[in-house]
Write a new protein. Structure first.
Length: 552
């Protein structure tokens, strides 16, 4: 993350806070729930929090929101940390767990009960929802709302000891059932869950809810600015209520919200992503069609390209839908500068150079990057039989077709000019080979007679080319705005049947035999590819060569 986040409304808030208290040490956090893998929307939250801390010389915490043991797993805990460190967002303030604060959360809940600001409620989840009211109708008070302090303390302690089954009781904050903000209508702050915790084991069978635990965790860690996405804006009054009523904290955390990241043809619901993984629609959480960080990494995206995308989208409060082409532009722009050029042929056709002696071999030096001679060259072997791509040949060419065609000439990239003389076909009518002659005086030279050759195609020696598999990815969903599903439809109705095309037996140049998993290349005249980290001898297409979204 070499470039620093620009000024935005969050930093305007912090600047004002620092004018009021110049000694304030800025401290931010990223609080993921370990119930799935991080996605590119998470990357925006990470970037905002880590870069804000960096800009002001402060600290940045990773805190796992592990307050719901029924959905959490160590697998997700480990993947979150791996993704964070890969992004370069090392937690300078430390790594914490919400479960570290269970004792304090319980202690503060007892305080709320003693202060008459919390009560044990016997309403079921369905009954609680039914009495909560609507935006136009106030809620109905629970018949258990006025239990005595003594009775509430006794029931809460018995909840902790495991005397009641799941869902039998909740602890609710006693606020205002007539509040225009539904989140303030006596929200539940503890529920009974008889499930072992991945870190706490069976110590607890009651767990604090996020809206209650989050501000306490922030305060205990010394977080100054709790930066979160816009859907939590209506929860901010409850965040402040908890801090106001459990005790004085210095510094007192301040919650502020930003617009989350919405991208065309992309869903970032962990519930939906999990369903795709579990039903086998995709090849795990790291399937390169998914928006997860591990999937982007496997596909060939870099931390710099992801954070550049976040910067270019901007930090604002207004929700917007960002063209996925902008993300592709960011990685294309980066790889265009650094990716070595190599040759791959998706659909090889055999070409025989009939005037090139059998057994003769030579090499041609091709640049590793045509705009960067300092990156040097590599040697490509040339033999009598070569492969060209089927897309570069037309038996009946359309107008202005400047590639290989009957009686036509074309330049082999970095090598000779060849002429197509004859097409040899198989019994089924498919092409077996193309017979050509080479102008052997044109090794990297123009024809001596001055004739113009308009087309250049890539090629590989049939003797030395290596087999590989190419994975060509497209958008997983066909619907542009997944947030605007037609009534009665689900995301599954818009799964793209062509989101993955597997090209078997493609040919690559021999130098790629030394590539390591994760290495990235530009396959000339095609796109940028990354050697897969999961399957051997498989290249994932990161992105094509040209932008597909309109520039501003």
């Amino acid at each position: 993350m070499e470039e620093t986040i620009g000024s935005n409304f969050i930093h305007d808030i912090i600047d004002a806070d620092l004018r009021e208290d110049p000694n304030l040490k800025i401290h931010t956090r990223f609080p993921p729930e370990p119930n799935g893998y991080l996605h590119i929307g998470s990357a925006k939250a990470i970037y905002i929090n880590v870069e804000t801390a960096r800009k002001y010389g402060g600290l940045f915490n990773l805190r796992y929101d592990d307050t719901n043991p029924a959905k959490e797993d160590v697998e997700y805990v480990e993947s979150i940390y791996e993704d964070l460190t890969w992004l370069g967002a090392t937690p300078t303030g430390g790594v914490f767990y919400g479960s570290d604060y269970f004792d304090k959360c319980y202690e503060f809940a007892v305080k709320l009960i003693k202060d008459g600001k919390a009560y044990v409620c016997d309403l079921s989840a369905e009954e609680l929802r039914a009495t909560r009211g609507t935006l136009t109708e106030k809620g109905v008070e629970s018949p258990y709302r006025n239990r005595s302090v003594e009775e509430n303390l006794d029931l809460f302690e018995r909840m902790r000891r495991g005397e009641f089954p799941d869902g039998a009781k909740t602890l609710r904050a006693k606020i205002d059932m007539a509040s225009p903000n539904i989140n303030m209508r006596d929200p539940a702050i503890y529920r009974i869950v008889h499930t072992a915790h991945h870190r706490q084991g069976d110590k607890w069978c009651i767990y604090p809810l996020y809206d209650y635990a989050h501000p306490i965790q922030d305060a205990l860690e010394g977080i100054t600015h709790s930066l979160c996405s816009l859907e939590f804006e209506n929860h901010r009054p409850l965040y402040d209520w908890v801090l106001d009523n459990v005790g004085g904290f210095d510094p007192r955390p301040k919650q502020r919200e930003f617009a989350r990241l919405n991208i065309t043809n992309t869903v970032m619901s962990k519930r939906y992503l999990r369903s795709l993984v579990e039903n086998g629609t995709v090849d795990g959480w790291d399937d390169p069609r998914l928006p997860t960080i591990c999937a982007l990494r496997r596909r060939g995206y870099t931390p710099a390209s992801i954070f550049r995308f976040v910067r270019e989208v901007g930090i604002a409060k207004n929700e917007s839908l960002v063209d996925i082409g902008m993300l592709e532009h960011c990685i294309r722009d980066e790889l265009g500068e650094v990716a070595p050029r190599r040759i791959a042929i998706k659909n090889p056709i055999l070409v025989e150079i009939t005037n090139y002696d059998e057994g003769r071999e030579e090499t041609f030096a091709l640049p590793n990057h045509p705009q960067k001679p300092e990156l040097g060259t590599r040697e490509l072997p040339f033999t009598r039989e070569i492969y060209v791509d089927a897309d570069d040949f037309a038996e009946v060419p359309p107008p202005k077709f400047f590639r290989l065609k009957p009686d036509g000439e074309v330049r082999l990239m970095g090598a000779y000019i060849i002429r197509c003389n004859e097409i040899v076909k198989n019994p089924d009518g498919s092409i077996a080979r193309i017979l050509c002659t080479a102008d052997l005086e044109t090794r990297n030279n123009m024809p001596a007679d001055g004739r113009k050759i308009k087309g250049t195609i890539h090629w590989l020696s049939a003797k030395y080319a290596k087999d590989t598999t190419l994975m060509l990815y497209d958008n997983l969903l066909t619907i542009e705005n997944p947030g605007d599903l037609p009534e009665g439809k689900t995301y599954n109705d818009y799964l793209n049947p062509d989101s993955l095309k597997r090209v078997e037996h493609a040919k690559i140049e021999p130098s790629l035999a030394d590539a390591k998993p994760g290495d990235k290349f530009q396959f000339v005249r095609d796109g940028y590819y990354c050697l897969d980290t999961k399957y051997e001898n498989t290249f994932n297409r990161v992105v094509g060569l040209k932008d597909s979204f309109p520039k501003k």
